[in-house]
Design a protein around this ligand. Structure first.
Ligand code: ZN
Length: 530
């Protein structure tokens, strides 16, 4: 329970003359809470609040674009459209028309967020830490961006700005706002556990403040702490993980603790949700061991004869290419690229500097396919004529047959640890996600099998390719999310349903009687709505 009289939070920012007509909508996002872990720990009695919700609400298993491009989930939640339309999938993306990498921020998405449609209709929203969001200064209500999220596409800001002062005075300074590096030692990970616990307590307090106000039609509050715990602490509880090591209880139970603390926070927030409110609790996708073969992708492309190294930095616009790199230089390049990738999840947004990273030293006259930065799946870009400065692959049949060749070669790779395929799926991203921003995306995404570590792969075509590597983050995402809902507009049912993350935005508009915008790609969750 929280100390003090919460009505004192009704400050100058609260429209005390206004009392929202029911039903309000309360959305609590549990970023990257894994369904399988939630199920296991709920049944074991560790997560009583979530267990009670599962026992009383319809459960929707959510499909997401995470299987293809995991960074696209939250921009899709915000805009109701897929990545081919919003164009944001990672903090570091290729700048179209160049061979330069550039940092991308939340404002790379130029589409209207669902809550802006609500604002246009005169509805007031209280938004806390929706990932990949940026401040909308003319919105009605309150907005908190990047106070405590797992990854940053903006800097910490509030709307109105005075709300930040209010949060500092009445809730506190969240240690995750300035958290930049989760480290690689048990000491740093123990510090992370303490910061996450503090952050969850503070987020519950902020959530209670928003739900306790009477002037908001929608409250949307997201917990990112279990996301961080899943990435960094996975190895401590998963005894089958190759980096599992003996560790103190605080680390061994780090992931479970973050789930239990969030469950308690959820219970505290639900105390303020009335029977007249609609409630949605959801997780956008899950977590599993971080097994993948991304570190092998450049070696594979090189062996396939699709990628050649040069000696000088690549030209940024049309110009000549350069001779090949020596083996040492090539290894230097691979190491540098991996270092960039390791840094990605910790990318720092200080003052929104748009850093321009120069792209690999490749011989563009002979390179047909090259890899892009990623935080899980391998991302491959085709050196397409007319799109890339020195493109050599013709659009049409040349492009399609190259994708066929890549898919066949990748799917034939075996992980000797299992004797089974090392690659689960090869996605043709532009076909899956068409739209005006499709060129912002990789052409191909490679989903590696996460059933076992991948130190080497082999096939009759490529022989053995070996390059063991240790991942700093021992957990990474899997696709499945889930959603629970109750309230006057939802069916009272314990049924199991299937849905998609793109149905969240239209459902929120529908709950408030608003038309579904033409650009939205999916309908509301009709199966669970009355
Ligand atoms: Zn993540």
């Amino acid at each position: 329970m929280l100390a003090g009289n919460e009505s004192e939070f009704c400050c100058a920012l609260c429209d005390v003359t206004m009392r929202v007509e029911h039903p309000r909508t309360i959305v609590i996002g549990l970023d990257s809470l894994d369904y399988r872990l939630v199920e296991r720990w709920s049944l074991a009695g560790e997560l009583p609040c979530l267990r009670q919700l599962f026992e009383t609400c319809p459960t929707v298993k959510l499909s997401t674009p995470s299987r293809v491009l995991q960074g696209t989930v939250w921009p899709s939640v915000l805009t109701g459209v897929g990545p081919g339309r919003h164009g944001l999938y990672l903090q570091t993306q290729l700048r179209n028309g160049t061979y330069s990498l550039t940092d991308r921020f939340a404002d790379h998405v130029r589409l209207k967020r669902f809550y802006q449609y609500m604002g246009d209709a005169g509805l007031r929203c209280g938004l806390a830490d929706i990932p990949c969001d940026s401040p909308v200064t003319d919105m009605r209500g309150l907005q908190v961006v990047e106070w405590a999220t797992e990854f940053r596409f903006w800097r910490y800001q509030t709307v109105p700005r005075s709300f930040a002062r209010y949060i500092r005075l009445h809730i506190g300074e969240n240690p995750m706002t300035t958290h930049r590096n989760s480290g690689d030692s048990q000491e740093s990970h123990a510090e992370l556990c303490a910061s996450l616990e503090t952050s969850i307590r503070m987020k519950a307090k902020l959530g209670r403040h928003l739900i306790g106000r009477k002037d908001l039609h929608l409250v949307f509050c997201v917990f990112g702490e279990a996301h961080k715990a899943g990435h960094w602490l996975w190895k401590y509880f998963d005894e089958t993980h190759p980096d599992h090591e003996s560790s103190p209880a605080v680390l061994k139970s780090g992931v479970l603790s973050s789930y239990k603390q969030i469950d308690r926070a959820l219970a505290e927030m639900l105390e303020l949700v009335t029977v007249d409110d609609n409630l949605i609790v959801f997780s956008d996708h899950g977590m599993q061991p971080a097994y993948r073969g991304e570190h092998l992708i450049d070696l594979i492309l090189e062996k396939l004869g699709l990628l050649e190294y040069g000696e000088r930095p690549a030209p940024q616009t049309a110009a000549g290419s350069a001779p090949r790199l020596s083996t040492r230089a090539r290894q230097r390049f691979i190491n540098a690229k991996l270092a960039v990738k390791r840094r990605l999840p910790q990318a720092i947004l200080s003052g929104l500097n748009r850093n321009k990273n120069s792209f690999p030293e490749l011989n563009w006259r002979k390179t047909r396919a090259f890899s892009l930065p990623t935080d899980r799946n391998s991302h491959i870009r085709i050196n397409l004529r007319g799109r890339e400065p020195l493109g050599i692959v013709d659009p049409g049949s040349d492009y399609e047959s190259l994708l066929d060749q890549l898919e066949a070669a990748l799917k034939a790779l075996i992980n000797p640890r299992t004797g089974r395929a090392a690659v689960e799926e090869v996605f043709r991203v532009r076909s899956l996600f068409p739209g005006e921003r499709a060129e912002d995306l990789p052409d191909v995404a490679v989903l590696w099998s996460a059933e076992a570590p991948i130190d080497e792969v082999s096939s009759s075509q490529l022989g053995v390719i070996r390059h063991p590597i240790r991942e700093l983050r021992s957990g990474n995402h899997r696709e499945e999310g889930f959603l629970l809902a109750r309230g006057p507009n939802f069916k009272e049912s314990r049924g199991a349903y299937r849905g998609h993350i793109l149905q969240i935005a239209p459902t929120l508009l529908h709950l408030h009687g608003l038309a579904i915008p033409d650009e939205y790609e999916m309908r509301p969750f009709d199966d669970i709505l009355r």
